[in-house]
Design a binder for this molecule. Structure first.
Ligand code: ATR
Length: 280
């Protein structure tokens, strides 16, 4: 008899570090369960969900399935509905429920690495208007922040601002220097700076001295943006913690224990990223 089995559903999914992360917790807490890769092509989702209850206690969902899984679910929680994407699945009385814990990862990472980030006044300036942006906006609104979204394609930022409503405004990249002057938090949620992508090159000189710079990119761990922020003496937060902190929600549902994000876990993943990323 094997213990509960959870998955990371994606296509491809070989690059995912989630098995390493959940494997660490299963071992640490001596839980007889496992967490496996489920590489499922879009056309095979119906078969995957037909066998769901017989094979799995739940799992995580990644690219390209974060939206595609929705029709197969019995319920979607508030976060997944507002963010418009599902990253965690679990069973409740035999019903398949979809949630989104990316915002918990985003906020948990800030709370851990930049405690007090949401105190005082000032707004968050977010670069981007994609999936990661939506999770960040959902979390920041919950913490009472005002948000300025800056994106290359302003229409996409405007769509997000309209979707989330009060407290969120949309801007072009040209407006960034002016917005920075009153920013408490600057967040990159674009793919710029990620290995294989062009770097994000922006002038940080207008940010207040107590501003925090957060990059959700974590491969490499120290992006050009974070290097530039450190050089200016600003507090920085890298993106690895978002991966670490989003994972606990699923683990709790599947294996019945709230896991801790330890320094040892962070090091395990950081070492893996450095080993596999030239120049990281
Ligand atoms: P994800 O869902 O992972 O967040 P995405 O939806 O592809 O990814 O969004 C990528 C973000 O990076 C977008 O905000 C995109 O800007 P556009 O909406 O204008 O496409 C931004 N981005 C990607 N490449 C960019 C570039 N070269 N310059 C500026 N922004 C870029």
């Amino acid at each position: 008899m094997t213990g509960p089995l959870a998955f990371i559903l994606g296509h491809p999914v070989s690059h995912s570090r989630s098995p390493m992360l959940h494997g660490y917790w299963l071992k640490r807490y001596g839980i007889d369960g496992s967490y496996e890769r489920a590489d499922v092509a879009p056309a095979d989702l119906p078969t995957f969900f037909a066998g769901f209850r017989d094979n799995w206690v739940g799992g995580n969902v990644t690219v390209p399935h974060k939206l595609a899984v929705m029709p197969y679910l019995d319920r979607i929680d508030d976060a997944a509905g507002r963010i418009g994407a599902v990253n965690t699945l679990w069973l409740e009385d035999g019903r398949v429920v979809g949630g989104n814990s990316d915002w918990i990862g985003f906020i948990g990472n800030l709370d851990e690495l930049a405690p007090g980030w949401d105190g005082g006044s000032g707004r968050a300036v977010i670069l981007g208007a994609g999936g990661a942006t939506r999770a960040a906006v959902y979390g920041l609104l919950k913490r009472g922040m005002e948000i300025a979204l800056c994106n290359r394609t302003v229409a996409k930022a405007q769509e997000l601002a309209d979707h989330f409503g009060k407290g969120v405004t949309a801007h072009s990249l040209d407006e960034l220097p002016g917005l920075m002057k009153s920013a408490r938090l600057l967040v990159n949620t674009t793919s710029l700076g990620m290995v294989g992508q062009p770097p994000l090159e922006i002038d940080l000189s207008r940010l207040p001295a107590d501003a925090i710079v957060h990059d959700v990119v974590y491969v490499p761990l120290e992006t050009n943006l974070l290097k530039a922020a450190k050089a200016r003496g600003l507090r920085t937060v890298d993106g690895l913690g978002m991966l670490l902190h989003q994972a606990g929600e699923g683990f709790r549902h599947w294996f019945g224990r709230t896991p801790e994000v330890t320094a040892e876990l962070r090091k395990l993943l950081a070492d893996d990223i450095r080993a596999k990323t030239p120049g990281a």
